[in-house]
Design a binder for this molecule. Structure first.
Ligand code: NAP
Length: 337
């Protein structure tokens, strides 16, 4: 059986997910694409899914009887309305992160899905599908390094565009760490603090860069994440987990080592799309298989809510410089791990 999917938002990742569903993932077909810019939606359809319809709105796409599942890749501020609309129609929805830009909207989605009593939403946090993070989690869960005490992590981009803001360093950048560490450690955050080291001269005038975000979890694990978005040299993701018995380090992406002229070197990626390309493929295949089996496995609405609450607190901590508490609503039993 081929799962018939509609895509809302034909921008960068909407186009990439359309290509992925048509060319990489098995058992899926894009039957409709829309965007506020309908010409753009038609352009993406013509490129990868020429038979796809281009309905005039996201709501019209969701209502199409042939659309069995929806992928939401529009601008973040519009995600909640489309996810809630999909839930109204009882349809499965893969929503790119963030689930919603407001924690209150995430809460509404969580409550609506829990009331339906059926899991229909998967949030597009792809790092738990990355083979390196999976290997790290497997080792931690097997007790190989004993109880986890600390995590040291870094998220570095070579550079960012002029419209990038200090808040985006949390909501667009750090948010991936916020999600993956909850998953990897099976834990929740209780507080956040942000400190700013010496500012790089390469930062845009309105930016403070780099920064270090310090998180504490319920189990008392301390996590420090360096976010450095003008590091110049490449896209670099690091994670070292320190336990009672040893340290486990996220593997680097495979790269050929060159030894030449009394030097040893290897390339470092510069584009985030390349770093996690395999994870996106596995993630969407899992969504398609999950819909068919009636059981989704990826990040839940609850995970989307938790990431959003933690992100809001990190933004507050950027401004206050204080240790800010992170408090969540009670988790509905529906989302028990
Ligand atoms: P993008 O290139 O700006 O694409 C977004 C598209 O949605 C644009 O074509 C935009 O049109 C359209 N749009 C805006 N409002 C809409 C609406 N109400 N209904 C339908 N379409 C609408 O952005 P992107 O980089 O693809 O990102 C899209 C989402 O995916 C964001 O939430 C982003 O955070 C997420 N994302 C996730 C990852 C990941 O690693 N998981 C990676 C990249 C992006 P206009 O340009 O005309 O406004």
């Amino acid at each position: 059986m081929t799962l018939k999917i509609g895509v809302i938002g034909a921008g960068a990742i909407g186009e990439d997910h359309t290509r992925r569903c048509m060319q990489v993932v098995s058992g899926a077909e894009i039957v409709a694409i829309t965007d506020v810019n309908l010409a753009r939606a038609r352009e993406v359809a013509d490129k990868y899914a020429p038979d796809a319809k281009v309905p005039e709105s996201g709501e019209a796409l969701i209502a199409l009887p042939e659309v069995e599942a929806i992928i939401v890749t529009s601008w973040g501020g519009t995600h909640a309305q489309y996810v809630l609309e999909a839930l109204k129609h009882g349809k499965y929805v893969f929503c790119e992160k963030p689930l919603a830009t407001e924690a209150e909207d995430c809460r509404k989605i969580v409550e609506t899905e829990a009331a339906l009593g059926r899991r229909l939403v998967q949030v597009g946090f792809m790092r738990p599908y990355d083979s390196g993070y999976r290997a790290l989690k497997k080792l931690i869960d097997a007790g190989e390094i004993g109880e986890v005490l600390m995590v040291h992590a870094a998220h570095r981009n070579a550079r960012v565009g002029e419209n990038y803001t200090i808040q985006m360093s949390v909501t667009d950048t750090l948010v991936h760490e916020l999600d993956v560490f909850r998953w990897m450690l099976a834990d929740d955050y209780v507080s956040a603090q942000v400190v700013f080291p010496r500012r790089t001269s390469k930062a845009l005038p309105h930016m403070r860069d780099p920064q270090i975000i310090m998180l504490e979890t319920r189990k008392g694990i301390r996590i420090d994440v360096e976010v450095f978005v003008n590091c110049q040299y490449g896209y670099d993701i690091k994670c070292a987990v320190v336990g009672e018995l040893g340290e486990a380090i996220l593997p680097l992406p495979a790269a050929v080592e060159v030894r030449k002229s009394a030097k040893q070197s290897c390339e470092i990626m510069t584009d985030w799309k390349d770093r996690f390309i395999a994870a996106y493929d596995v993630e969407l295949q899992d969504f398609v298989d999950g819909v068919k089996a009636g059981k989704l496995n990826g990040a839940t609405s609850w995970d989307g809510y938790c990431a959003s609450v933690a992100a809001d607190v990190c933004v507050k901590a950027q401004e206050s410089g204080r240790i800010e508490p992170i408090t969540m609503m009670d988790r509905p039993a529906f989302y028990d791990r």
